[in-house]
Design a binder for this molecule. Structure first.
Ligand code: HEC
Ligand code: HEC
Ligand code: HEC
Ligand code: HEC
Ligand code: HEC
Ligand code: HEC
Length: 495
C-alpha cells in the first residue's frame, strides 16, 4: 500500500499553487489592468498627440499613472472620478471621447474641483475605480450617477434656481412652472403649504428607490425612471393611487422629474451656500400673501376644475361640487371661509387653515371672495336676496320627504352619493337655514341639483322645505353623541 502522506503533500502543493495563481492574477488585475489605469494609459497617448508646444511636452513628462482623488470632508465626499476623467480641466481636450473631455468650463470656474469634488452635483459612488460601480445604478448605493440632462437637479442644494442663468436649469424651471399649472399643490405640500391627499414633497429628491413601490416598474430601477413612469400613469405604478392622472407629455414628465429630484434639503455648510440661496431662505421666514386667482390655480384646480360645474369624480368615488357656481351666490363669505379653512372631514376636501394647508387667514378670505365674484355667482345672487325666513319644521315628516325626493342622489341619511354628503358636521354647522332653503328652492344651475320650488310656488311647499331642514339638522347631533359616547367608553377601557 502506498504512503498516504505523499498524496497529501501533492495535494498541498497543488492547492498552494492555485491559491498563489489567484493572488497573482488579482494583483495584475488591480495594478495593471484596472479600468482607471487603462483609461490613464489611453489618456497619456492623447497627451502625446497633443504635445505640440513646450507646455504640452511638460504636461506629458509630468503625467503619472496613479489613483487620483479629491477629498472634500465638508461635503462628505471622496471622489475618484478624476482618475478617469483626467482631462476635465485641459482646454485642449474638446475633440476627444469621454471620459477625457473638457468639462463645461463656466461650471468648474465657479465650483473649483478641489473645493467641490464631483458627486455633490453628479451623485454616483465617488470612491469607485470602475465606471460600472461609479454609476452605481444596480449596486446597493443610494444616489446613483444622474443622467447628464438631470444633473441640474442638484443645483438647488446650494442655489435659488430661479436666480441662476435659465439655460443652466431649463428642465427644473419648466418643471416648477408645470407644478403650478397642473395644480400639484392641491394634493401635495411644499414648505408647509398645500393639500393633504398625497405625501409632502419637500425632500423628494433625496428619496432612494427603496422607498418607492417598484413592483410595476421594469428595470433598471432608478428614481428618475420611476417618477417619469408614475407621472404618465400613477395608478399603473402605484395600484389604487388617488393621484388623478395629470396628463403630461413625455417631455413634461421629464421636466417634472427634474423638479422632483431637485427638491432636496441636504445640509451643506453655510459657506457652500450661494448668496441667492441664503436670500431665499430668509424670504421664506416671512411669507407674503398671494393673489386669490393664483392660489385657486395652485391649490384647488386639480379637484374643482374652474368651479362652474359639479361632477362625479371616479378616482375619488365622490361628487365634487361646483364652488364657483350658484353655491357661491347663495353662500355667505363666512360660510365659504369655514368650508375652506376646515375642509370636509372624511372626504378628499382638505382643511386649508394655517396649521393644515398653510394658507394665511387673509388668503382664505381672498379665496372666499374670489369664489363669490365668479360670473355665475353674480347673476344668481338676486335670487338669493328674495329668500324668505324659514319656519321650524318637523324632522320625522322631513325624513319621509327626504327619502322620497333627495336620498336617490344624496344617499340615505345624507351620506353622499352622486351628490355631496349633507350629513357632514362642518357643512351643517356652517350652512344656515336660509342657505339650505334657498338651495332646495332654486337648485343649482348647471348641476344635477334640481329646483324643488318653481317661481309659481309649485313643488315642495315652504312648510315641507322647513321639515326637510329640520331632518338635516337632526343628522348633525346623533353622530356627535355617538362620537362622544365612543370617547367615553375608550377612556373607561383604558383605566
Ligand atoms: C457645480 C456642479 C458640478 C460639479 C462640481 C461637477 N460637475 Fe460635471 N457637470 C455639471 C453639469 C451641470 C454638466 C452638464 C450637464 C449638461 O450637459 O446639461 C456636467 C457635465 C459633466 C460631464 C459630461 C460632459 C459632456 O460634455 O458630456 C462629465 C463627464 C462631468 N461633468 C464630470 C465631472 C467630474 C469628473 C467632476 C468632478 C471633478 C464634475 N463633473 C464636477 C455639473 C458639475
Ligand atoms: C473607471 C473610469 C471612470 C470613473 C472612475 C468615472 N467615470 Fe465617468 N465615465 C467614464 C466613461 C468611460 C464614460 C463614458 C461612458 C459612455 O459614454 O458610455 C463616462 C461618462 C461620464 C459622464 C457622461 C455620461 C453621459 O450621459 O454622457 C458623466 C457625467 C460622468 N462620467 C461622471 C462621472 C462621475 C461623477 C464620476 C465619479 C463618481 C465618474 N464619472 C467616475 C469612466 C469613468
Ligand atoms: C455645494 C453647493 C453648490 C452646488 C451644488 C452648486 N453651486 Fe453654483 N455656486 C455655489 C456657490 C457657493 C457659488 C458662489 C461662488 C462665489 O461667488 O464665490 C456658486 C456660484 C455659481 C454661479 C456664478 C453666479 C453666482 O450666482 O454667483 C453659477 C452660474 C452657478 N453657481 C451655477 C451652478 C449650477 C448650474 C449648479 C448645478 C449644476 C450649481 N451651481 C451647483 C455653490 C454651489
Ligand atoms: C388629486 C390629488 C393629486 C394631485 C393633483 C397630484 N398628486 Fe401626486 N400623489 C397623490 C397621491 C394620493 C400620491 C400617493 C400615491 C401614489 O404614489 O401614486 C401621490 C404621489 C406622488 C409622488 C410620489 C411620492 C412618493 O415619494 O411616493 C410624487 C413625486 C407626486 N405625487 C408628484 C405630483 C406632481 C408633480 C403633481 C402635479 C403634476 C401631482 N403629484 C399631482 C395625489 C395627487
Ligand atoms: C383633493 C381634492 C380637493 C381639493 C384640493 C380642494 N377641494 Fe374643495 N372639495 C373637494 C370635495 C371632494 C368636496 C365635497 C366634499 C363633500 O362631499 O362634502 C369639496 C368641497 C368644497 C367646498 C364646499 C362646497 C359646498 O357644496 O358647500 C368648498 C367651498 C371648497 N371645496 C373649496 C375649495 C377651495 C377654495 C379649495 C382650494 C383652496 C379646495 N376646495 C380644494 C375636494 C377638494
Ligand atoms: C338629481 C340629483 C339630486 C337630487 C334629487 C337632489 N339633489 Fe341636492 N344636490 C345635487 C347635486 C349634484 C348637488 C351639488 C351641486 C353643486 O355642485 O354645487 C346638490 C347640492 C345640494 C345642496 C348643497 C350642498 C353643498 O355642499 O353645498 C343641498 C343642501 C342639497 N343639494 C339638498 C338637497 C335636498 C334637500 C334634496 C331633496 C329635496 C336634494 N338636494 C335633491 C343633486 C341632487
Amino acid at each position: 500500500m502506498k504512503d498516504p502522506s505523499r498524496l497529501y503533500r501533492w495535494m498541498l502543493l497543488w492547492t498552494s499553487l492555485v491559491a498563489l495563481g489567484f493572488l497573482l492574477a488579482a494583483a495584475v488585475r488591480e495594478n495593471l489592468l484596472a479600468e482607471w489605469q487603462q483609461r490613464q494609459r489611453a489618456y497619456r497617448k492623447l497627451l502625446a498627440e497633443k504635445a505640440t508646444d513646450a507646455r504640452g511636452r511638460e504636461l506629458l513628462r509630468n503625467f503619472r499613472i496613479e489613483l487620483r482623488q479629491v477629498s472634500v470632508p465638508a461635503l462628505g465626499a471622496v471622489d475618484r472620478c478624476v482618475s478617469c476623467h483626467v482631462g476635465i480641466d485641459d482646454p485642449r481636450m474638446t475633440d476627444v471621447p469621454q471620459p477625457y473631455r473638457l468639462h463645461p468650463v463656466e461650471i468648474l470656474e465657479h465650483h473649483p474641483v478641489d473645493r467641490y469634488g464631483c458627486t455633490i452635483c453628479h451623485q454616483g459612488q465617488g470612491a469607485a475605480t470602475n465606471f460600472h460601480d461609479a454609476k452605481a445604478e444596480d449596486a446597493y448605493w443610494d444616489y446613483p450617477l444622474l443622467p447628464r440632462e438631470l444633473t441640474q437637479a442638484t443645483c438647488m442644494t446650494c442655489h435659488d434656481v430661479s436666480r441662476l442663468p435659465p439655460q443652466d436649469v431649463t428642465l427644473v424651471l419648466e418643471g416648477m412652472r408645470l407644478y403650478e399649472q397642473k395644480s400639484c399643490g392641491s394634493c401635495h405640500k411644499l414648505q408647509g403649504r398645500g393639500g393633504a391627499l398625497g405625501p409632502a414633497l419637500d425632500n423628494e429628491g433625496l428619496k432612494t428607490k427603496h422607498q418607492l413601490i417598484l413592483t410595476n416598474l421594469k428595470p433598471p430601477y432608478t428614481t428618475w425612471r420611476w417618477h417619469q413612469a408614475h407621472f404618465r400613469d400613477p395608478a399603473g405604478i402605484v395600484p389604487g393611487s388617488q393621484m388623478k392622472n395629470p396628463t403630461v407629455t413625455e417631455r413634461e414628465a421629464l421636466a417634472l422629474t427634474a423638479y422632483m429630484l431637485s427638491l432636496r434639503q441636504r445640509d451643506v455648510p453655510e459657506s457652500y451656500l450661494a448668496p441667492d440661496k441664503i436670500a431665499q431662505k430668509f424670504r421664506a421666514l416671512s411669507p407674503q400673501p398671494q393673489p386669490a386667482e393664483q392660489l385657486y390655480r395652485m391649490y384647488c384646480f386639480a379637484c374643482h376644475g374652474d368651479g362652474t360645474y359639479g361632477r362625479w369624480e371616479k378616482t375619488f368615488q365622490r361628487f365634487i361640487p361646483a364652488i364657483r357656481g350658484t353655491l357661491a351666490a347663495t353662500a355667505t363669505r363666512e360660510y365659504l371661509e369655514t368650508q375652506i379653512a376646515q375642509g370636509r372631514p372624511g372626504t378628499q376636501m382638505p382643511p386649508w387653515h394655517s396649521q393644515a394647508g398653510g394658507l394665511l387667514p387673509k388668503e382664505i378670505t381672498a379665496l372666499a371672495d374670489y369664489l363669490r365674484a365668479s360670473p355665475a355667482a353674480r347673476s344668481a345672487r338676486d335670487l338669493a336676496a328674495r329668500s324668505r325666513p324659514v319656519a321650524r319644521g318637523d324632522a320625522a315628516r322631513g325624513q319621509m320627504l327626504f327619502l322620497r325626493n333627495c336620498a336617490g342622489c344624496h344617499g340615505v341619511a345624507g351620506v353622499g352619493g352622486v351628490a355631496p354628503e349633507l350629513a357632514n358636521p362642518v357643512f351643517l354647522r356652517a350652512a344656515d337655514d336660509s342657505f339650505l332653503a334657498t338651495t332646495i328652492r332654486n337648485g343649482r344651475a348647471a348641476t344635477a341639483m334640481p329646483a324643488f320650488q318653481r317661481p309659481d310656488g309649485a313643488g315642495l311647499s315652504d312648510a315641507e322645505i322647513a321639515d326637510i331642514i329640520a331632518f338635516l339638522r337632526s343628522l348633525e347631533s346623533p353622530s356627535q353623541q355617538t362620537a362622544q359616547a365612543q370617547d367615553k367608553s375608550r377612556a373607561g377601557g383604558s383605566q
